[in-house]
Design a protein around this ligand. Structure first.
Ligand code: MN
Ligand code: MN
Length: 274
């Protein structure tokens, strides 16, 4: 086969698979929100309905069909994502889930006692209306106790944007583990704990190859319950290793093993000045 024929065939195949939704995002340009890896080996196929990979221009995630929530959402953050777009508040089902799957709707959270908690925060996507609106897809939302969502969780989100204001580039991944009682007649199973990992690069476009044993990595693990809205996020810092044990995922997997081994046992107090 000639080179150009091979090119035409492989391009056609990729376009076809993308059209079928089998390779979502492959052709969408821009940022790789999975630069640090896919910690749960999520796949964009019906073979892993409870670990279903969805990639969007604004973030990437693993969706759990049985639980009606993402297992994790991963996104990159720097000044380029921040601007003047207003909070759209247009919570809605995600139309890019496979057609036959039941979709969580915003009203499924009504009278549940939980907030509709963003994983990729609305305030991390304010450069365009489209990007802000994408954070209101229900595949980016988990049931979150109000005291956490409006307390230490939002404080850490703000801390991240302060780091970005200092010129840093962040790679963030967040999710939940454990189970609480189902809501919405069994359609949604809230997590018992909520966690987040933030990798802090000193400048934009250094790339993940610049990650070394001194790179700041903030990790937190919070109970998904009311009662301590005054707590500081710094009270919940843990090691990446502890989150790997609790979730069963392998984080930072695109980082060389020897560097993971020196970063992942550390607990960053979050107050370190650099
Ligand atoms: Mn929130
Ligand atoms: Mn790891």
């Amino acid at each position: 086969m000639r080179k150009w024929q091979r090119f035409v065939i492989s391009f056609g195949l990729i376009a076809f698979l993308t059209g079928c939704g089998l390779l979502p995002g492959v052709l969408s340009p821009g940022v790789n929100h999975l630069a640090l890896g896919n910690p749960s080996d999520a796949t964009p196929t019906g073979l892993t309905p409870n670990n279903y990979l969805m990639t969007k221009p604004q973030y990437a995630l693993s969706y759990n069909r049985t639980r009606g929530i993402p297992n994790w959402v991963s996104w990159q953050l720097d000044q380029g994502w921040l601007g003047e777009a207003e909070r759209q508040d247009d919570f809605r089902p995600d139309p890019s889930l496979p057609e036959k799957w039941e979709r969580v709707t915003p009203t499924d959270y009504r009278r549940s006692g939980y907030d509709r908690g963003h994983l990729t925060p609305s305030a991390d996507r304010t450069n365009t209306v489209t990007n802000n609106s994408a954070t209101f897809l229900m595949t980016n939302i988990i049931p979150q106790a109000a005291d956490v969502n409006r307390g230490p969780w939002v404080d850490l989100e703000q801390h991240c944007r302060e780091l970005v204001d200092q010129g840093k580039q962040l790679f963030i991944i967040a999710g939940g583990y454990g189970k609480k009682s189902a809501i919405a007649k069994g359609k949604i199973i809230p997590p018992n704990r909520v966690w987040k990992i933030v990798v802090v690069l000193d400048a934009v476009d250094q790339g993940i190859d610049s990650i070394n044993a001194q790179t700041q990595v903030i990790a937190v693990d919070m109970p998904n319950q009311n009662g301590d809205s005054d707590a500081s996020w710094t009270e919940y810092t843990v090691s990446v290793d502890s989150l790997e044990r609790k979730t069963g995922y392998d984080f930072l997997r695109k980082v060389p093993k020897s560097i993971q081994d020196s970063i992942e046992p550390q607990v960053d107090s979050g107050t370190r000045q650099r």
